[in-house]
Design a protein around this ligand. Structure first.
Ligand code: DAH
Length: 347
């Protein structure tokens, strides 16, 4: 009798002890430890089942029933605690990983083309529309092509216009302009007509300053054929300027001198910053110089393999960096090859 009461009493203690300690369980590992301790094979409540034989036959089912109730109560409490811990954990994750979906997104960093390349491609597109082919000529040239064949003999004072990088090989140099490409393209095509642009890097042995770099792009233009007139020349370049700078762009040809053209000119476009009134970009004159140009000199036609009595043509040379500077009011050419992303990112 005493044994039965004792065991019942013990069951009460087991239950309240277990439930008390369960309340303090905060983590998943502690919870599993608790389960082994209070519901495992060696748990106190399990021990009671092995002691059933110590009580009388009549009391045995009652004690067994009570033990089962305690076991069930512990199991239920365990499950509830497990649920609660999961909810707490979820709550914490939600707070920790809180996301404000109303925040504006971060812009992905996108690469872009170099401003000079952008201008080059616009120039290509315009001349392609006008039926020109694009031709690439070499960067390393001979004195013959860079000067002699362009009607600039060794003694000629016009050589002063191009400060040259010579290589250690006599007569070999870095091209100072894209004009030698004219001779290459004419010699490859004569006596067929040509209508090409020749883009590429040019090199000059100059003091680097806000206005001049030792390396820069040029786009050369060459048209040769029968009956090519000054009117074709002026019309083509005016049309180019309108497509490049806008339909209302006014242009003018100003007489100039180049050894490989006769007559020679420089083309100006009306300053698009001040509309021709005069500002700091056009230095008060209302016009911006955009290219050198002219009718191909008979000597150059001859050197290219065309009979100047039958053929005529026109040519021009422009600087994409210079045009970019005018379009975007960039006041220092050194930005172009300075590789400063703060500059490059603006285009
Ligand atoms: N080659 C000249 C220079 O670098 C630019 C130029 C002027 C090219 C007149 C031409 C031209 O084709 O006709 O200064």
């Amino acid at each position: 009798m005493a044994q039965y009461e004792e065991l019942l009493q013990k069951l009460e203690e087991i239950q309240s002890n277990a439930l008390n300690s369960l309340e303090k369980v905060e983590t998943e590992t502690d919870l599993q430890t608790w389960r082994t301790a209070h519901l495992g094979r060696n748990a106190a409540v399990m021990q009671i089942f092995t002691q059933l034989g110590q009580v009388s036959k009549e009391q045995r089912p009652l004690l067994g029933q009570r033990a089962n109730q305690v076991k069930l109560a512990l199991e239920t409490a365990f499950e509830e605690r497990e649920e609660t811990l999961k909810k707490i954990a979820l709550q914490e994750t939600l707070v920790r990983d809180r996301l404000d979906v109303t925040l504006p997104g971060r812009r992905p960093i996108r690469g872009r083309l170099h401003p000079a390349t952008q201008t080059l491609r616009r120039i290509f597109a315009i001349f392609a529309e006008m039926g020109f082919q694009i031709y690439r000529s070499r960067d390393v040239e001979t004195d013959e092509y860079n000067f002699e064949l362009l009607n600039i003999p060794a003694y000629h004072p016009a050589r002063d216009m191009w400060d040259t990088f010579f290589t250690t090989t006599p007569g070999v140099l870095l091209r100072t302009h894209t004009s030698p490409g004219q001779i290459h393209i004419m010699r490859e095509n004569a006596p067929n007509p040509v209508r090409v642009i020749l883009p590429g890097m040019c090199y000059r042995y100059e003091q680097i300053s806000a206005r001049s770099e030792i390396q820069f792009n040029q786009v050369e233009l060459l048209v040769v054929g029968r009956n090519i007139t000054f009117g074709d020349f002026k019309g083509t370049l005016t049309d180019f300027a309108r497509r490049m700078f806008g339909g209302h762009a006014r242009t003018r040809l100003r007489p100039s001198y180049f050894p490989f053209t006769e007559p020679s000119a420089e083309m100006d476009v009306e300053c698009f910053v001040c509309g021709g009134k005069g500002c700091s970009v056009c230095k008060g004159c209302g016009w911006l110089e955009i290219m050198g140009c002219g009718m191909v000199h008979p000597v150059v036609l001859q050197n290219g393999g065309y009979d100047p009595n039958e053929f005529s043509g026109f040519a021009a040379g422009m600087g994409p960096e210079r045009i970019t500077m005018l379009l975007h009011c960039v006041d220092d050419i050194r930005y172009f090859w300075g590789n400063d992303v703060r500059f490059l990112e603006q285009f």
